[in-house]
Design a binder for this molecule. Sequence first.
Ligand SMILES: OC[C@H]1NNC[C@@H](O)[C@@H]1O
Ligand SMILES: [Ca+2]
Length: 450
Amino acid sequence: MSRLYFPKDFIWGSATAAYQIEGAYQEDGKGESIWDRFSHTPGKVANGDTGDVACDHYHRYKEDVELMKEIGLDSYRFSISWPRILPKGKGEINQQGLDFYRGLINELLKAGIKPVVTLYHWDLPQALQEEGGWANREIVKHFVNYAEILFNEFGDVVSQWITHNEPFVVAFNGHGSGDHAPGIKDQQVALQVAHNLLLSHGLAVKKFRELKLDNEIGITLNLISSYPISDNVEDNKAAKRMEDYINGWFLEPLFKGRYPERIVEFYGEKFNNLDIREDDMGLIKEEIDFLGINYYSRSLVRYNKDSKFLGIEGVKPQDSQYTAMDWEIYPKGLYDLLIKLNQEYTQKPLYITENGAAFDDKISEGGGVHDQDRIDYLKAHFQSAYKAIQEGVALKGYYVWSLMDNFEWAYGYSKRFGITYIDYENNQRRILKDSAYWYKNIIVNNSLEV
Ligand SMILES: OC[C@H]1NNC[C@@H](O)[C@@H]1O
Ligand SMILES: [Ca+2]
């Protein structure tokens, strides 16, 4: 057995999001979010699950920080619920909302855990959705207003700010396929939403710079590595289109101030109809301090001339292993992604702001949760990260998704991603899974035994 040592100040963390864990959906002045509305709409979420109670983190945050301390996290990534701060999305501030996050951050600082805050992790105030939500360019100024309130309130205690979590998912799942809130099914709207999200990011970064705060700001993207099933030219072009569809649509504007041509021509009229103004692309490209990467799996594709989706058909190798989300387990994709980002986009610090896996965890006879499959998944992906660092990639930290089992959007509570088990039937009791104890050992030694 040998040990792979990570860089001295490497940050080991874990991540969550407000709607997925907090509950207290109408408490202390919180306004309705689009996910409150969506989850309360029959047929949208598995088993009719909602985030009304979730993991009851709103009331148990002190106990949950104790769990983080026991695991030994260096840092905790969480999101702030916009409708807790601004119940109507704008206008009157809800002091009790600010108080909750002040309390959470104080507990984190007492425990020596760095707070990393995601400004937007999908729970838009419903009142803004009534005015068109992300499809209405007006949203940009409301987002900057919300961001500025938080920068002023917590700018002296937050280590890093993340403007958006996975704008691809907000745009295309929320407004293209419609399987996420607000449930719109319109590619044209999805493209405009993607643009408005990017613009809101750039303007929030600009505002952050004006405030001269000394923490850092970035954005988190869900990124894949995309591979052709064969080396024939059509399959290779299909793999490239897939990479542009998910990765390029956001990386190109953020780092190069343009949309990827290959896909632009594919979108044709839908792209030409977009409301993109003179200075937009320059504003989107506002320099960031780091890039957050959410990696779960790869994409393996072949060209299919009959496929309406970019002429692409996905392939699922029989001999691969899959998680409970039916996502292929492909650790090499993380290494390939990190190398590609470093070579083609940025040498700025990178953070894995999410990586993890859902498996059908059970409480054993002895009361523990033996999730060896999750340990194997994480170990393989940590090794990919290590290899990339050895080859010069500026990877500075890694946040396991997730600290605890939680509301997995349209899947509800049926998918467990946590390193902590939540016993929903038993008063949301928390049980550290074997993966939490395994992770604790990695963090203490800052190294991986292979
Ligand atoms: O699907 C697992 C995670 N993916 N990224 C965004 C998170 O909110 C999800 O729970
Ligand atoms: Ca350390």
